[in-house]
Ligand binder design. Structure first.
Ligand code: GLU
Length: 420
């Protein structure tokens, strides 16, 4: 397999590239690139027909220098240890670049949730929470939603943990339903930060989103919200997709209406008068802004040379391979990296965790204002570092900021020789 098919190798490559701009000895780089610990388990569950089934489950705690481990749990048949390691590492640097007091972690369970009933999903989720309970805690490791998990799963995890610990501990998990201690604005937060990142980048180039054409790959929690908010800002969303296919309408698609259509039919395909397209056609569409908001590794170097958008804002984690990044850099396509653009999710997770600790609720306006400040401050800092230190790739600039914050915390904890 080429290295591009290994997300963990891709992350290490990105970290090595950024480490060249950081005051770090080469023998110290391993502590940036490898997880502190990796847990795996086989979960046994009873199916509705009374038979037993087993699924593999993981939790990787990558780095805890800046605070409790933080990161989502993904349910997907393609989950593998290499991917979970990569996603856990991304969480470390994502939390650091937006300056949240968290480390990074990630969980995954290898199965297709579509093959299981709701009761069976509940048993898998509770088995996960039970198995990994000793690791979890509002001051230890705080899961959240990721692909194929949401409020329902987080509510189950909270309940399982609280029953086993004989306490109330809403801050043990974020992304809960409001009534179970969730936060206003959490569901929309990731799509909102993608939109803020796009708006800031267009502003920098004195370009307006008004009338800009947009392609959104993935019409789930991130893509549908980003499409709707960009439409609100006057952009024209011309193509969107989900796992069943893509649709295209040069006159513009109403994202809120597609959302309703998808809720009814389970797919975006067949919506209105839009033409059907392939996912590759969406990724290479002649648009101003491309938002990959589905899974990882969707744009490799070959596809990157056919991308026509001049701006890419990463809604998904790891949608571009490092080789694709090189091609896009050479072609002057500007990429706003995942660790900043989609950091809105974990940022509002942080606000949720703070509210849980305060036993107090913030208004949606307060959440969205604080999110706006967090993302625009981090964006400005990324641009400043890119310019001052002559780092052309925004991804590398974002990693430099994040790495330096993590290293400082490690140094202060006595886990690194003093520098400077
Ligand atoms: N799974 C989301 C991410 O990749 C959110 C993580 C969180 O809120 O902890 O950023």
């Amino acid at each position: 397999m080429p290295p591009d098919d290994h997300p963990f190798e891709s992350l290490r490559e990105q970290l090595d590239t950024a480490a060249r701009y950081v005051d770090i000895e080469s023998d110290e780089r391993a502590m940036l690139k490898y997880p502190e610990r990796m847990h795996e388990a086989t979960l046994t569950l009873e199916l509705d027909d009374g038979s037993l089934d087993q699924v593999r489950a993981y939790r990787v705690q990558f780095n805890g220098a800046r605070g409790p481990y933080k990161g989502g749990i993904r349910y997907h048949p393609a989950v593998d240890p290499d991917e979970v390691r990569a996603l856990a590492g991304l969480m470390v640097y994502k939390c650091a670049v937006v300056d949240l007091p968290f480390g990074g972690a990630k969980g995954g369970v290898v199965f297709d949730p579509q093959d299981y009933s709701e009761r069976e999903l509940e048993r898998i989720t509770r088995a996960y929470a039970t198995e990994f309970r000793p690791l979890l805690g509002a001051d230890r490791d705080i899961p959240a939603p990721d692909i194929n998990t949401g409020q329902r799963e987080m509510n189950w995890i909270k309940d399982t943990y609280e029953c086993l610990e004989n306490t109330t501990a809403p801050g043990v998990v974020t992304g809960k339903a409001i009534e179970s201690g969730g936060s206003e604005g959490r569901v929309e937060a990731t799509g909102r930060s993608v939109t803020i990142a796009a708006r800031e980048l267009f502003d920098r180039f004195d370009r307006s989103l008004e009338g800009a054409t947009v392609a959104v790959q993935g019409f789930g929690n991130v893509g549908s919200v980003a499409a709707t908010l960009l439409d609100d800002l006057g952009a024209t969303v011309v193509t969107v997709s989900d796992s069943t296919g893509a649709i295209f309408d040069p006159t513009g698609i109403d994202p809120a209406d597609v959302d309703r259509f998808k809720a009814e039919t389970g797919t975006v395909v067949g919506y209105g008068d839009a033409d059907e397209r392939t996912n590759t056609e969406l990724l290479t569409a002649d648009v101003d802004l491309l938002i990959p908001a589905a899974v990882g590794n969707v744009i490799d170097d070959e596809l990157a040379s056919d991308v026509q958008a001049d701006v890419i804002v990463e809604g998904a984690n790891g949608p571009l391979t490092p080789a694709a990044d090189d091609v896009l850099d050479d072609r002057d396509v500007v990429v706003v990296p995942d660790i900043l653009a989609n950091a809105g999710g974990v940022t509002v997770s942080y606000f949720e965790w703070v509210q849980n600790r305060q036993r107090f609720s913030w208004s949606e306006d307060r959440i969205n204002d604080a999110l706006e400040t967090t993302i625009t401050d981090a964006f400005d800092e990324m641009i400043r570092v890119s310019e001052d230190r002559e780092i052309p790739s925004l991804r590398t600039a974002a990693f430099v900021i994040a790495i330096e914050r993590v290293l400082t915390a490690m140094e202060q904890a006595g886990k690194r020789a003093k520098h400077g």
